[in-house]
Write a protein that binds this ligand. Sequence first.
Ligand code: ADP
Ligand code: MG
Length: 339
Amino acid sequence: MFGSDIGIDLGTATILVFVKGRGIVLKEPSVVAINKDTDEILAVGDDARNMLGRTPCNIIAIRPLREGVISDYNITEKMLKYFIRKAVGSPLPFATKPRIAVCVPSTVTGVEKRAVEDATKQAGARQVFVIEEPIAAAIGAGIDISRPCGSMVVDIGGGTTDVAVISLGSAVVSTSIKVAGDNFDESIVRYMRKKHNMLIGERTAEEMKINIGTAYERAETVSMDVRGRNLISGLPKTMTVTSDEMLEALSESVTSITEAVHTVLEQTPPELASDISDRGIVMTGGGSLLYGLDKLIHEKTGIDTIIAEEAVSCVAMGTGRYIEFITSPGGVDITKMGI
Ligand code: ADP
Ligand code: MG
């Protein structure tokens, strides 16, 4: 019997697992619930998130990858182990252990890369391939990365935004900034506190971002009733917030993203830059779904910008296609071709 081969998108917000021949089999939040007193892991993924807010206060929720790197190694390893088991079944003898491709942001250090590799190995992999997230995103978005032709991918996740120009299977120019979906939520929380003296939770901020958030002026203003606590009276309060206000709340964060795109374009060799202006910029990741962000990038760069189909599962599909390819007879490591 052959072991299954697996691709993992180890995202800061969501973990997706792709199993060869089966496709994406698991998509769960990268959250772990822990007993603060004993350090015991109580639940992982969906179960951990469902426990939030419904448990005694000695139980806390941890997002071990918060800013795109492993901030808590032990918990990441246990979380990976849990998801791998869940995807392929109970503990496996060595010969049937899976080969696993896992992706990391393009700017991680060698030490961080090794931490991901070790955690994946410890979690039960027979062999580990660590690939850069923008490469996986590009493969998942259907870009043929093996050609000597420049493509730009902007992957906006929870913790990080990765911008990369890819040609011949590797990232030629790239940057990663810690401004992405989480930062949008934090900006909304700050805005509500400063502008309206109102305290809202992160979940509420995320809902506002998804429902009325905007990076580019909308043709029609939309609004939403928001519940929080009045910081002056200390009492619950409900108020209507509009998308115009969200434009103001999010402007600094989205500017950081357009600036990152601009910086990468500036550093791109001219031939590749002209490929990009012909082929356009592709956006992936949940954060790319923020209303109008594609239009804003288009306006700031003058380059067509599209959101990949299945933007959220793009990286996982790319990682999966990569492991399918590399483990098939005659498969070569396309990400090494340019080196
Ligand atoms: P990661 O790769 O870091 O796990 P994801 O690609 O799963 O992250 O993206 C998660 C982020 O996308 C979260 O901040 C989430 O709030 C945001 N997000 C998801 N859907 C939308 C949407 N429709 N509009 C704006 N943001 C969204
Ligand atoms: Mg991601």
